[in-house]
Design a protein around this ligand. Structure first.
Ligand SMILES: NC(=O)c1ccc[n+]([C@@H]2O[C@H](COP(=O)([O-])OP(=O)(O)OC[C@H]3O[C@@H](n4cnc5c(N)ncnc54)[C@H](OP(=O)(O)O)[C@@H]3O)[C@@H](O)[C@H]2O)c1
Length: 295
């Protein structure tokens, strides 16, 4: 087992204990998260290596591909280890051209949960995030009452263990929490993009996990001379520094960096051992200050 164990743990919904270093499966689908990967065996190898290294939190969705990443997870890892927590997402569907479309009606919520159960080969989904689609490039205001209520009904029927939210505003988190227990929030956040700072602190107080998507910058990974300088000083890579910063930022942050490469996976999972000294944190704060000023 690698050092994943040393990243610490967090308990989702009181009963699903995950290590803070997890894995996001989106990069395993084909280009544009549409269609199959060029090398399916390589994708299966990444998933198996992640779990063999101690990862027990995998993020996915049936709309990645669509169906592709869930089918790869099923093929690589089923029957699943008891401690493996697979977190999936609903709320969107793919157009024939690969576009991302909202799928928020109760009928679509029910169909999406059944699609995920089928493609993952599970009787009950561990955690389902409702992905809000009000904003294209970030959260947008709008009521999520109807889809969250539909999901809560599926939870009562025993098809969903826990519910989370994604791409949401603080007001939507509050709206969701009035309907059912919310165990995690998955929004865009990283060392250079810190719009959710206040939300993270509030969720930490409520013992709700915050799971940043695009922890490494997403489709165009982070590039910053500040990040590279810190990495050089610490004998690490810029991506490792970006992940170590997130681990240090708050105890309720869970990491799901995405990669289709075994070498990158190993690099990412090694960060549990990387301690950031205070002067490195101060240097990294300047990256966010620059980004905010440019925004
Ligand atoms: N809720 C949502 O709306 C939402 C949106 C986006 C993503 N997500 C979830 O969040 C997870 C993480 O986000 P993400 O995968 O989009 O972005 P990410 O983790 O920020 O970055 C992934 C990109 O970084 C590259 N990469 C990974 N490790 C690297 C390393 N050590 N050195 C250099 N490059 C590296 C990957 O390329 P290689 O494949 O070449 O390594 C890929 O291009 C996804 O897998 C998905 O499960 C959720």
């Amino acid at each position: 087992m690698s050092t994943v164990n040393e990243s610490g743990t967090f308990t989702l919904g009181g009963d699903r204990l995950v290590r803070r270093l997890g894995y996001g499966a989106m990069q395993l689908a084909g280009p544009g998260v549409f269609g199959p990967p060029k090398d399916p065996e390589a994708a299966l190898a990444v998933l198996r290596e992640a779990v063999a290294s101690g990862v027990n939190h995998i993020d996915t969705s049936d709309y990645y591909g669509p169906h592709v990443t869930n089918q790869l997870i099923h093929k690589a890892l089923h029957p699943y280890a008891d401690d493996l927590v697979i977190v999936t997402k609903i709320g969107a569907r793919r157009g024939a051209d690969g576009s991302w479309l909202p799928a928020f009606s109760p009928k679509e919520v029910i169909a999406a949960v059944h699609d995920n159960l089928r493609s993952l080969g599970q009787d009950v989904l561990d955690v389902v995030n409702l992905r809000s689609m009000f904003g294209v490039h970030g959260p947008g205001e709008g009521s999520i009452e109807v889809p969250v209520s539909a999901l809560a009904e599926l939870q009562r029927k025993g098809l969903v263990r826990h519910i989370g939210l994604s791409n949401v505003t603080p007001a939507q988190v509050e709206e969701g929490r009035r309907i059912c227990e919310i165990v995690c929030v998955q929004n865009h956040y990283n060392v250079a993009h810190r719009a959710d700072d206040a939300l993270i602190d509030e969720l930490a107080r409520q013992r709700i996990a915050y799971v940043p998507f695009f922890p490494l910058g997403g489709f165009s990974p982070l590039q910053s001379s500040g990040l590279s300088d810190v990495a050089r000083r610490l004998g690490a890579t810029p991506m490792q520094v970006a992940l170590a910063w997130l681990l240090r930022r708050a105890h309720n942050i869970l990491l799901i960096p995405g990669t289709s490469s075994i070498a990158h996976l190993r690099e990412n999972l090694a960060v549990a051992k990387l301690d950031l000294p205070e002067d490195a944190v101060i240097a990294l704060d300047k990256i966010a200050a620059h980004t905010d000023a440019a925004a």
